[in-house]
Write a protein that binds this ligand. Structure first.
Ligand SMILES: Nc1ncnc2c1ncn2[C@@H]1O[C@H](COP(=O)(O)OP(=O)(O)OP(=O)(O)O)[C@@H](O)[C@H]1O
Length: 893
């Protein structure tokens, strides 16, 4: 959790008015109101930071710390960043988890002067820049959503806490809400990957949630007060959307409403009166997603590898999208695969359409690749942060929409694609025309300096520009005239301080100071090697140019604002276009992957089957392919009656067990995302939860050892998996003593088989576990094929039925370069241990141990006290006997 250290503002505040300079007093007051942010205080062309903020920022940004004046007898530390480059610095600070309050001058310094020589220019915070609320392209990753998450908590009727989660991406306008119980909170936060979490103080500080918040890896921003009751929350939403009722928004639970209102509060607080074009909140209840807990999500490296990189994740292999919106949608869908077979089939139909029509797909992708990031441009425009390029983007997108709609309807598309085409065909071409007629072909990013409106669009603008340019020409002519007149070398230059001026050498300057030239030329400045003069003509021209330029800029901005208002009035329609682009891009990209990597369409049904033929690991295969190596495809059949099968995979180290486990989980996940899968064929009964326990890593930050992490994750699986779940377990129990580990692994398999009945794959080095197949009917033993030719071991990566006879661990150790003496010694010890094992094999255990079910009954706690009480018949006892019985009972306790 990162909080910006506050300036000692509170204690300074009282004395501020009397002792501080007026400017520092103003600073302290504004800082006190934004204590949890670094304050960027605008002074001319710089944002300055003072006191502790200056120290923090100079360290974080590597910029020089200086000082400015004194406060209470101490130097005031200061550092500054130029306004022009503020975005670069903001990016760094945001990435470090800081929040920044941007404080601008809200009046002209000349106005302030009118109030008195010592009065300070009015300033106000116009925006809080925080990790979860940024909108600038320079600060954003185009392929990732950038959402903040507001969490609210209410007690349900059953007395249990319910959590409302509202995820808002201001940069695209996406707004979703959902409700979860505490045990699903971590998984949901992991799915949403927020850049910032917002909640009331009490929730942020709740120790029972500390681990969840820490696991989220996003800074937490506490908001001081509660959002109020349901009516308050509803009122806040209605006010934001300017509606009189929420009826049209769909049904929300109280929790969802509270979370949504908290999110709106945060938007208002950070955007300071600017209203982003947020879509209406949608509840995710209707769309049930495959549950994947945070550990599984991380272990399977869905959107990021365990080390945090995108490269090497499932997403990096699947993502062939050509638009940022498509890339964001793909990441979102991979993070939340569906559980409704019909919806999955509809998505697959759309992908199939583009698989079957490669020409259309190519044409579509070429057009999409040129379409701009409409949602982000739109959001900046709605926040008055947009520039001419954002406006141009809207025009280009509108044109592209019609084109793409035309492409799609040609060839009898499936329902989903037809719907997208219908949306796109309604693009407002008139608006596109207006934008194209107004903007130059090439426009600047920023509107500040003008020069983006086409000539001929506005006569007043053209006139002002003509005047400005004509005066500039006159100045160029003046230079020649003055040079001739004085017979000296001179140049006309411009700066903000003097405006236009003449510059001559010192010697020539002396000449101009004397008659007759001093009547025309007024001395302004003497430099080390030059003198500067102005003339009446220059001053007049300066004023003319400035006023013409001002007028031109004002006209340009007025035209821009009018167009932006038109765009914002159509924000809803434009957002729908952006979403249609993203979905079409997604389907096209998934079709591209399917063809490029020879993936097939999976069959998803309501059964509890799981049958993969020729499955491959998408990421390992891609990496082997790039090295010119082939991936060995493998089948996986977990279909069973009265529960799923458990495949126990044994085999040497490095033979491909982990790869096999993960590939089957990833195939299931891709299938339910609505993607083709890396297999010859795949038939999967919809999976409701995906559990995994793969790869062990310490979680020292949370005070858990490797083994503890492993056990916590295993406990979650055994307590939560159902026959609809898919469970992937890799080497349970390896982090402890052999017998403890074996016993835990053994009991875990029995529990999965008897109680959870899930489809499961279990990789292990405990070969003893293969004996369980004798007793558990739905357990199959699989092993990795190895050829051992004259001591030369070759891993074929092929999964076959059966059990491995040995681990080849010592062999792998040798490959890894352990000293020969250690390898030889290990061989000798291994031979001894194997001989001992043959004398007392674990197989005998299988016959001696009672069955799991009977064991469960037998292990119910005995209650001798209850038995003794049962035997007592008070009606038949004398008082003395009763007293004796009481003593007896007490003794038993
Ligand atoms: N089906 C396959 N086809 C080709 N190469 C494979 C295949 N499966 C795995 N490999 C290669 O073998 C390497 C080791 O695989 P993996 O990590 O799955 O082995 P493992 O049996 O789990 O090993 P350990 O028991 O040591 O954890 C992989 O990095 C990959 O390069």
């Amino acid at each position: 959790m990162k909080h910006t250290a506050p300036v000692p503002a509170q204690n300074l505040n009282d004395q501020a008015q009397t002792r501080a300079t007026p400017m520092i007093a103003q600073y302290i007051e504004i800082k006190a109101a934004n204590a949890d942010c670094l304050l960027f205080y605008r002074m001319g062309d710089f944002y300055e930071l003072f006191f502790e903020d200056a120290q923090t920022a100079s360290r974080a940004l590597g910029i020089m710390l200086t000082k400015r004046g004194k406060h209470l007898g101490e130097d005031i530390p200061m550092c500054g960043v130029p306004v022009e480059r503020a975005n670069d610095y903001l990016q760094k600070l945001i990435a470090l988890g800081h929040r920044v309050a941007v404080c601008e001058q809200t009046e002209d310094p000349a106005e302030a002067k009118k109030r008195g020589a010592k009065s300070v220019v009015r300033r106000d915070v116009v925006r809080l820049v925080t990790p979860g609320t940024i909108t600038e392209d320079a600060l954003l990753d185009p392929t990732r959503h950038n959402a903040f998450l507001a969490i609210a908590r209410l007690r349900g009727e059953d007395g249990r806490w319910r959590y409302g989660l509202a995820s808002v991406d201001i940069s695209t306008g996406a707004f979703t809400v959902c409700e979860r119980e505490e045990n699903a909170l971590g998984a949901e936060i992991a799915r949403l990957e927020p850049r910032e979490i917002i909640a009331v103080d009490a929730l942020c500080r709740d120790p029972s949630l500390a681990a969840i918040f820490e696991g989220a890896g996003a800074p937490i921003a506490p908001i001081g007060r509660d959002i109020g009751d349901g009516a308050d929350a509803a009122r806040r939403l209605m006010a934001f959307y300017a509606v009189a009722t929420l009826e049209g928004f769909g049904a929300f639970s109280d929790c969802e409403l509270a979370a949504a209102a908290t999110a709106i509060l945060y938007v208002e607080r950070t955007q300071k009166g600017q209203r982003p074009a947020l879509s209406r909140p949608t509840s995710l209840r209707a769309l049930t997603a495959l549950e994947i807990d945070a550990a599984t999500r991380a272990n399977l490296e869905l959107t990021r590898t365990l080390s945090g990189a995108r490269e090497g994740s499932l997403l990096s292999v699947v993502d062939l999208t050509v638009t940022p919106g498509g890339a964001r949608l793909l990441a979102e869908r991979i993070a939340a695969p569906l559980t409704d077979a019909r919806l999955i089939a509809a998505r697959l139909d759309a992908v199939a359409f583009f698989v079957e029509k490669p020409d259309l797909r190519g044409a579509l992708r070429a057009k999409l690749a040129r379409a701009p990031d409409l949602s982000r441009a739109l959001s900046r425009l709605s926040l008055e942060r947009g520039g001419p390029r954002d406006l141009a983007s809207v025009g280009v997108a509108l044109d592209a929409a019609r084109d793409i709609a035309g492409l799609c309807v040609q060839l009898d598309p499936p329902i989903d694609i037809a719907a997208e085409a219908q949306t796109l065909s309604q693009a407002d071409i008139a608006l596109a025309g207006e934008i194209a007629a107004a903007l130059k072909d090439s426009v600047p990013l920023d509107r500040r300096n003008g020069d983006f409106i086409r000539e001929g669009r506005d006569s007043e603008l053209d006139e002002a520009r003509r005047l400005r340019d004509a005066s500039r020409k006159v100045i160029a002519e003046l230079q020649g005239r003055y040079a001739e007149l004085t017979d000296t070398k001179l140049r006309i230059k411009h700066n903000n301080f003097l405006g236009f001026f003449l510059e001559v050498s010192l010697a020539n300057g002396e000449k101009l100071l004397r008659p007759p030239f001093d009547a025309t030329f007024t001395h302004r400045q003497t430099m080390a090697d030059a003198m500067r003069f102005s003339t009446r003509e220059l001053v007049e021209l300066e004023a003319k140019i400035a006023s013409a330029a001002d007028r031109a800029l004002a006209r340009e901005l007025a035209i821009f604002d009018a167009l932006v208002a038109d765009v914002c009035a159509r924000a809803e329609d434009l957002r729908r276009l952006a979403e249609a682009f993203a979905r079409l891009d997604l389907y096209g990209a998934l079709a591209e992957v399917a063809e490029k990597r020879s993936w097939t369409r999976p069959m998803i049904d309501a059964s509890l089957d799981f049958e993969i033929v020729g499955g491959r690991h998408p990421v390992v295969e891609a990496s082997l392919q790039s090295q010119g190596k082939a991936f060995a495809a493998n089948d996986c059949d977990l279909c069973g009656t009265e529960g799923g099968r458990i495949a126990v995979v044994t085999g040497p180290n490095m033979a491909g067990k982990s790869t096999y486990l993960r590939q089957n989980a990833l195939i299931a996940l891709l299938a339910q995302t609505g993607s083709y899968v890396p297999a010859q064929s795949a038939r999967i009964g919809v999976i409701d939860r995906l559990f995994s326990r793969v790869g062990a890593s310490d979680d020292l930050a949370r005070g858990r050892s490797t083994f503890m992490v492993e056990m916590v994750e295993t406990a979650a699986i055994l307590n939560g998996a159902s026959p609809r779940s898919l469970v992937i377990l890799d080497e349970i129990g390896r982090g402890t003593a052999t017998f403890d580990g074996l016993s835990i692994a053994w009991a875990t398999i029995e529990h999965l088989h008897e109680v959870n009945r899930s489809r499961a794959i279990f990789a292990t080095h405990f070969h003893e576990l293969t004996q369980l197949a004798k007793r558990l009917p739905r357990l199959v033993n699989l092993t990795m094929k190895v050829t051992d030719h004259a001591g030369d071991v070759v891993f074929l990566h092929e999964v076959i039925k059966g059990a491995a006879d040995r681990s080849y661990g010592v062999h792998v150790a040798q490959l890894a370069g352990l000293p020969a003496s250690v390898v030889a010694r290990a061989h000798a010890i291994l031979a001894e241990l194997e001989a001992a094992d043959r004398r007392a094999p674990v197989e005998t255990l299988i016959d001696d141990l009672p069955l799991f079910a009977r064991l469960a009954e037998a292990s119910a706690p005995k209650d001798s006290l209850r038995d003794a009480l049962q035997e007592i018949d008070p009606d038949q006892m004398t008082p003395r006997e009763a007293l004796a019985a009481l003593y007896e009972l007490k003794k038993k306790v």
